[in-house]
Write a protein that binds this ligand. Structure first.
Ligand code: MEV
Length: 337
């Protein structure tokens, strides 16, 4: 038996823009997903997700058929069909990660149990895929790198993100710490050695990763000039944020977070709850605010001034019916525990 553990992640800057080869900055958080593996000789893989409360198995042949089917759909850019398959079975992305590993290294019967503490509204799928990827690879070969773990985990997000993930999420949870990421350049670790006083506030509306990524993609197809200009502005904000993070200027960081929020909001992916959270944060002396991840729901990041400001904001959010929490950020990436 073996257990792997992967952190959750937050996107500090760059969500959506990063899909179009712009800069993204992300970090891991100390809410983790644990995946337990037991080898079996039953000729199938059983996945039991304690979080989703579902258990499904696929036989060796079914896994290889799934691998072929999804790859044909990706080649055809038939993202609607991929979404439909995902809708009918939420464990399909995890099976697809496994099938792509088996395709390279051969099949192995496994019983897999997923137990995740990563808040769903922060976008938790990559944490599951990275932990699954590490576990399966570890049974099948000793010759693999963090990049391999992340690349196989990416396959899960191809389904979970509606066809065109950037790759930032799988890299953030696999490598851990802080990372900068660009599709064409890959992942690079960042050394950030000071505490960023962030409060995470949940809108209590489900984050809509696949829908929002598709929605932005469609808008860009219909109105490339406008969407590209927004994406370029977002890229400039993220580049400034990188400098500001390195020079530890929290005031400027807050300003850039709020700028990112206002710029990305132009693509119509916010919801009243996210806007309300932003309004409350700014009215109560936060340094900055932005949603994190795919939007359409999910969580906001609030950059606070100090401990007093955090306590006050927590109270105000609670009085307005929003749950908030703090997390340790920049923690270790995926590992065997
Ligand atoms: C989701 O966590 C981040 C997005 O930019 C999608 C992606 O990069 O794959 C919205």
């Amino acid at each position: 038996m073996m257990t792997t553990s992967s952190p959750g992640k937050i996107i500090l800057f760059g969500e959506h823009a990063v899909v179009y080869d712009k800069l993204g900055i992300a970090c891991s958080i100390d809410k983790r997903c644990n995946v337990k593996f037991s080898p079996s000789d039953k000729g199938f893989v059983l996945i039991n997700s304690k979080n989703l409360n579902i258990s499904r198995s696929l036989k060796e042949k079914e896994l290889f058929d799934l691998y072929k089917e999804i790859n044909v759909l990706i080649k055809e850019k038939n993202f609607d069909k991929i979404k439909e398959i995902y809708k009918n079975n939420e464990l399909i992305p995890s099976f697809f990660v496994l099938s792509s590993i088996f395709q390279k290294y051969g099949f192995k019967g496994l019983d897999i149990e997923i137990n995740s503490q990563v808040p769903k509204n922060l976008g938790s799928s990559s944490s599951v895929f990275s932990a699954i990827s590490l576990g399966a690879l570890n049974y099948l070969t000793k010759d693999f790198s963090k990049k391999d773990i992340s690349d196989f985990a990416y396959n899960g997000d191809v389904i979970a993100h509606g066809g065109t993930p950037s790759g930032i999420d799988n890299n953030a949870v696999t490598f851990g710490g802080y990372v900068k990421y660009k599709k064409s350049e890959g992942v690079k670790p960042l050394t950030i050695d000071f505490e960023i006083p962030l409060l995470i506030v949940d809108s209590d509306k489900k984050v809509k990763t696949s829908e929002m990524v598709s929605f932005v993609r469609k808008q860009r197809e219909e109105n490339p000039q406008f969407v590209n200009s927004v994406l370029n502005s977002l890229d400039n904000i993220s580049k400034k944020a990188l400098d500001v993070l390195i020079s530890r200027n929290l005031d400027d960081l807050g300003v850039l977070m709020t700028q990112y929020y206002k710029e990305l909001k132009k693509l119509d992916i916010s919801i009243p709850e996210l806007d309300k959270i932003a309004e409350i944060a700014l009215e109560n002396n936060a340094l900055g605010v932005k949603p994190t991840g795919a939007w359409g729901g999910g969580c906001c990041l609030i950059l606070t001034k100090d401990k007093e400001n955090i306590l006050n904001l927590k109270n105000v959010f609670s009085n307005n019916g929003f749950k908030s929490f703090q997390a340790k950020i920049g923690v270790k990436g995926v590992e065997i525990i």
